[in-house]
Design a protein around this ligand. Structure first.
Ligand code: GLG
Length: 820
């Protein structure tokens, strides 16, 4: 069903008008970028009407609202996604064609709003899509970074970071809302005053610096239901304009400082995935958006409700990792200092309103702030955390009398640090992991003590992804084929995909499926040629690993195996070998030297392998520059093999694994994160599983006994590969990859050499890769496997995940916006 506004003739007229009004140009004179803006404004017009309608419906129905608090929202481009959700993609595509325009080129003009690093930020974006589609009232709360995730350029094989100025031309899908601005305070001190009326102390925060938080709203459209929710991201502005006025008042210094604070606070996203750098500015960012979001949420609640003690009936704050967990203390502050409640009442409300999602067990990702920094920056909030801690320690002592180990391990403030995860667990009413295995590890290892003390809080919510972006938009050929076979219901009910199972032995269907895959491989090959200047053969196996560069994700294992294959082909030119293209895409955090070296290694290996005529093009290695949401959609659609090879126990869930599966690529992976559940859905025979289990890994970690040196000394093929890192095979500078070599073998490495068990899993990985080749050679068997991966991926929709959050944690009410 198409909205009337997208009647073709009217649409074309509106685009022409917009070009005229915005740029004083005719369509013929306008640039593609200007046309993109014009088209977006036309689409936004429709969205605005639905946005207003949703607002009205919410006002009338007064549903409970979830505020999804996240430092990151990796939205990706909005135009195409909005058109899909409005059910207007086809119409608009045709209308543009009639104007002589290609919708893909227009979409390509949109900057990729990359206000996130990787999985955690993209998950938040998928969740917003599902919340709107499932008719729930939700706000995303975050930061409007002026610069998002950096743009990656590869120069001479090295990653070079360039700023991502996504707001350069103005972003058509945002709306500035100055009327909802809030003040946020930093620094200063707390003065205590006796309140004789209430007979208690009052705490007054003074001498602070203030920043004005100004929200920008982005519409989040639901699929074909007229629902438009809001992603509210905050910009920072100085409270008073820095002008001569303040100079006259002798306030010059303060005016400069406030101006600086406002300018720096939202300047840039920290490009760290699964890693905490501990920078003061980061804590400022966290408090900034958390305080503004809570103030806005409470103001909104109070507009239509007068009993603040019932806040939890209408509001829930979901904290996406520990990044926004200062929220629990800020909520206490607002309830006590501004709403005038007593501690117990405020605590009761807070602990019914806040819930926490854990996304990782990587210790370097756990946020801990030095007391000195924290209390200086947020003196009143720190005071409140001290009191929460004091009371919690009393509880521990009551439950475990005399057990000081427990206090030491569980206290929120200990050893000069504020532990944000502990704060979140103590104050939150729900603590969830993001895949079954991950949640079990939390309960039995990382958060064992907390689980023992408060088991009722712990639960699992296996991640998911939105099929609207990663199938309907990203893979239109397959999307149409699926609709052709089983109807369109999969778009909002992905479990329908299981109906495709009947085609698993249908030769015609399998052929169609593989023809689509081939066309998608051609599309990717074209992209690679245009963007990387490398020619790849779409007949070869596309083996793809795209994700952030991190040692635990083991891109190193992948590239070492490529070297191993290269050696094999060189040593046995007559050997039968199915042509393979190994495709990588990954950004390394700007300060993560070893990760950047691994990128350089991949590119050096690519140089040698791709230019060695003696191997007859049997092997190709490609590093796709600037991997991001927009090219991800093309990449997933074209994959034959999905590389999910993290050290077992380290990847909390993964979500790329689900996007590959949905697009018909079997998983080559370890039993880690959500891979475990993927294998359960699709069957072990339709995946390629290898490597040590998480139990084995954890056992080695706790008890020692892992010896990469032994492997090096007893496996000559592995030794050869490692020697090639330092003997000039891939770089004339033999020191170039010394650090990587040492990371695997040097006993001085902490906590141990080869921390991520690359050598330990190498043989098993190589053997699994062999199985991939065998399976691929059997065309029919492969086609069946690929199809079954799509058919069994229904569980991994974020619609399912969100419904579980709603049922078990949030308890939201469904809203109706579209009248039937
Ligand atoms: C984390 C984890 C991923 C997880 C994602 C979303 O590392 O395994 O899939 O969050 O829960 N920091 C992340 O990206």
């Amino acid at each position: 069903m198409i909205d009337k506004q997208f009647e073709k003739e009217e649409f074309k007229k509106s685009v022409k008008e917009n070009v005229k009004f915005l740029y004083r140009k005719t369509l013929e004179e306008a640039t593609q970028e200007q046309i993109f803006q014009a088209v977006s404004y036309t689409v936004k017009d429709v969205i605005i009407d639905n946005w207003l309608k949703s607002q009205k419906a919410y006002e009338k129905q007064d549903p409970k609202i979830v505020y999804y608090m996240s430092m990151e929202f990796l939205m990706g481009r909005a135009l195409g996604n909005n058109l899909i959700n409005l059910g207007a993609y086809g119409e608009v595509k045709e209308a543009l064609e009639e104007l002589g325009l290609d919708i893909n080129c227009i979409e390509d003009q949109e900057p990729d709003p990359a206000l996130g690093n990787g999985g955690l930020g993209r998950l938040a974006a998928c969740f917003l899509d599902s919340l709107a589609t499932l008719n729930y009232c939700a706000y995303g709360c975050g930061i409007r970074y002026r610069y998002g995730m950096f743009k990656q350029e590869i120069r001479d094989g090295y990653q070079v970071e360039a700023p991502d100025n996504w707001l350069k031309n103005g972003y058509p899908f945002e709306l500035r809302r100055p009327e909802y601005a809030k003040e946020v305070h930093f620094g200063g001190y707390v003065r205590v005053e006796w309140d004789p009326v209430k007979n208690e102390n009052k705490f007054i925060h003074e001498g602070y610096q203030a920043v004005k938080a100004v929200p920008y709203d982005m519409p989040i459209t639901g699929y074909n239901n007229d629902v438009v929710n809001t992603l509210r991201i905050w910009d920072a502005e100085p409270i008073v304009d820095f002008n001569l006025d303040s100079f006259d008042k002798g306030d010059y210094h303060n005016a400069v400082e406030q101006e600086n604070l406002a300018r720096t606070i939202v300047e840039v996203l920290y490009p760290n995935d699964n890693h905490m750098a501990g920078k003061e500015l980061r804590l400022k960012q966290q408090y900034f958006f958390v305080s503004a979001s809570l103030q806005a949420a409470i103001a909104k609640y109070k507009k239509t409700h007068d009993d603040i003690t019932k806040l939890h009936e209408k509001v829930v704050f979901q904290m996406n990792d520990t990044h926004p967990t200062v929220a629990v203390a800020e909520l206490m502050r607002i309830l006590i200092d501004e709403e005038g409640l007593g501690w117990d009442q405020a605590w009761d409300i807070t602990t019914k309103c806040c819930a926490y999602t854990n996304h990782t067990i990587m210790s370097e990702a756990l946020e801990k702030w030095p007391i000195e920094l924290f209390s200086r920056l947020l003196p009143r909030v720190y005071q409140i955390i001290e009191e929460i801690n004091r009371r919690f320690i009393l509880e521990i002592q009551q439950k475990y009398p005399g057990n000081f180990e427990k206090v030491k391990k569980m206290a929120i403030i200990y050893d000069g640090q504020v532990k944000m995860a502990h704060l979140a667990i103590v104050a939150g009413y729900s603590v969830n992991g993001v895949a079954r295995l991950h949640t079990e590890i939390l309960k039995n290892q990382e958060l064992k003590d907390f689980y023992e003390m408060m088991p009722e809080k712990f639960n699992n919510k296996t991640n998911g992804i939105t099929q609207r972006r990663f199938l309907a938009h990203g893979n239109p050929l397959l999307a149409d084929w699926v609709t052709d076979k089983i109807g369109p219901d999969w778009i909002t009910d992905l479990s329908q995909l299981s109906k495709l199972k009947v085609y698993a032995d249908d030769e015609k269907a399998l052929q169609e499926f593989m023809t689509i895959k081939f066309k998608n491989k051609e599309r990717l090959a074209k992209y690679i040629l245009e963007h990387n200047g490398v020619e790849v053969d779409p007949h070869s196996i596309f083996d793809i690993q795209v994700k952030r560069l991190h040692e635990y994700k083991r891109q190193l294992l992948n590239i070492l195996h490529v070297i191993y294959l290269y050696n094999q082909i060189k040593a046995h030119p007559e050997m039968e070998f199915y042509p393979r293209t190994f495709i990588f895409g990954a950004k390394a955090s700007a300060a993560y030297a070893r990760a950047k070296k691994i990128i350089k290694l991949i590119n050096c290996v690519a140089d040698v392998v791709n230019n060695d005529a003696s191997i007859n093009g049997k092997l190709k290695v490609v590093f796709i520059e600037n991997y991001r949401v927009s090219n991800a959609e093309i990449i997933f659609a074209a994959a034959d093999v999905s590389e999910q090879i993290s050290t077992a126990s380290k990847e909390a869930s993964g979500t790329g694994n689900m996007k590959f599966m949905l697009n018909g690529a079997p998983t080559l992976g370890t039993m880690d994160g959500a891979n475990v559940e993927i294998v359960q859905e699709v069957g072990e025979e339709n995946a390629f599983i290898f490597g040590m289990s998480s139990d084995q890994i954890i056992n080695y970690e706790n008890n020692g006994g892992y010896d990469p040196d032994f492997i090096y000394n007893t496996d000559p093929e592995i030794r050869q590969v490692l020697m090639q890192l330092i003997n000039g095979t891939f770089s004339s500078d033999t020191e170039m990859f010394r650090d990587i070599y040492n990371s695997l073998l040097d006993k001085r490495n902490m906590p141990r050499p080869d921390q991520y068990f690359i050598l330990g899993d190498f043989r098993s990985y190589a053997e699994a890769q062999k199985r991939v080749e065998e399976a691929y050679k059997d065309e029919k068997r492969w086609a069946k496997m690929a199809l079954l991966n799509t058919a069994c991926s229904g569980k991994f929709t974020s619609d399912r995940t969100i419904q579980e959050y709603v049922d078990d944690i949030w308890h939201l009410d469904k809203v109706v916006v579209k009248e039937n």
